[in-house]
Design a protein around this ligand. Structure first.
Ligand code: PNS
Length: 157
């Protein structure tokens, strides 16, 4: 069993993320879902809300733990004795940036990245599009876990 971290901004967590979490946890053993900050994105939900929604969506998974951190992923990994990160790949378009981040994390912190392809049924899914659909009153109930759908409905009224 390898302990691994699944980092992301999770703004908010979607069924695409959850699918990767379930499949990775089953194969790698202990998995920490790390709610962290992407400096190139302005989040809709604050860190506490994003973390709470991840916890509510993963409470059926005993080998999954949730943490939050605002800093370098490699610093969190080194502080927690974890040197494997898991990332989901939806399409070739994800790959270029993910490859750069994986090589940077390996270079600066010795953290190696394992890529897991998302299930095709979720390949179109992103937190950004979910927020856009929800903002204009669209139905996102088959795209995000129920606590997330509820929070989006509250936020966008
Ligand atoms: O879900 P996202 O927004 O695609 O995830 C990107 C994320 C948050 C994993 C990435 O921005 C990140 O690792 N942020 C933490 C800061 C860091 O370590 N930056 C250097 C990355 S090489």
């Amino acid at each position: 069993m390898i302990g691994a971290v699944y980092p992301g901004s999770f703004d908010p967590i979607t069924y695409g993320h959850l699918d990767v979490i379930e499949r990775a946890a089953q194969r790698l053993g202990h998995l920490v879902v790390l709610c962290t900050r992407n400096p190139s994105k302005q989040p809709l939900f604050d860190e506490a809300e994003r973390r709470e929604l991840i916890e509510a969506s993963t409470d059926h998974l005993p080998s999954v733990q949730v943490d939050a951190f605002d800093g370098l992923l490699v610093d969190w990994c080194n502080a927690h004795g974890i040197n494997v990160a898991v990332k989901g790949l939806r399409a070739v378009s994800d790959f270029e940036h993910e490859l750069q981040m994986a090589q940077m994390n390996s270079h600066i912190g010795g953290v190696e990245t394992l890529f897991m392809t998302t299930r095709p049924v979720y390949s179109f899914l992103s937190s950004s599009l979910v927020k856009e659909v929800a903002r204009y009153g669209g139905d996102v109930s088959d795209l995000v876990p129920p606590p997330v759908a509820k929070r989006l409905a509250e936020r966008f009224g």
